[in-house]
Design a protein around this ligand. Structure first.
Ligand code: FMN
Length: 168
């Protein structure tokens, strides 16, 4: 577990190698095992792998789109507002399920990147995917693919001394 956390990095260059269906299923299964406020499980997913036109369509909505075009798969993560109950707690729930997917992908040797930039284009994404505009909130898109390079560079972190406010 710790090894997976330590080795996960955002991967933004992918090989042209399809991700096996069973591995995608494992990634999605890990999402739904995340904790959720009141166990309401408001997460919903649209998985885009076969239809590269949709992947390109989403990439075209973004500024930093080149890496998205090389992704084998995108998982669009939605909050079903009909299943949620509290904005902050629902948002935290969604973060938990997203992180589970990133860590599971890492443990399977699959590179991933959490994409938030696309949230500015909520309506366009929902239109492309034919997802109900009012009911679902786009929370993130996760790009997935086998990493082009092994051992991505680890981005530095603030030291614990800076982020731990205190030990009491
Ligand atoms: C909420 C959120 C939104 C993010 N949005 C983007 C994004 O739009 N594009 C991108 O390339 N990376 C995005 N990232 C990835 C961060 O840039 C990355 O996690 C951070 O730089 C630390 O690097 P690491 O993931 O390699 O440890 C996002 C991460 C989070 C948590």
């Amino acid at each position: 577990m710790l090894h997976t956390i330590e080795t996960r990095t955002s991967v933004r260059l992918y090989k042209k190698q399809p991700i096996e269906q069973e591995k995608l299923d494992t990634i999605l299964q890990s999402a739904i095992l995340a904790p959720s406020a009141k166990n309401f499980q408001p997460w919903r997913f649209v998985v885009i792998q076969k239809n590269k036109e949709i992947i390109y369509g989403i990439a075209d909505l973004m500024q930093r789109s080149t890496f998205v075009k090389t992704a084998d798969c995108l998982i669009c993560v939605f909050l079903d507002k009909d299943s949620g109950f509290d904005q902050v707690k629902d948002c935290q729930t969604m973060g938990a399920c997203i992180e589970n997917m990133l860590l599971t992908a890492t443990s399977l040797g699959i590179g991933s990147c959490w994409i938030g930039e696309i949230l500015d284009k909520q309506a366009e994404v929902k239109e492309l995917l034919q997802v109900d505009q009012a009911r679902y909130d786009l929370q993130a898109i996760i790009s997935l693919g086998y990493p082009l390079r092994e051992n991505g560079t680890k981005v530095s972190r603030k030291p614990l001394s800076e982020v731990v406010l205190g030990y009491k």
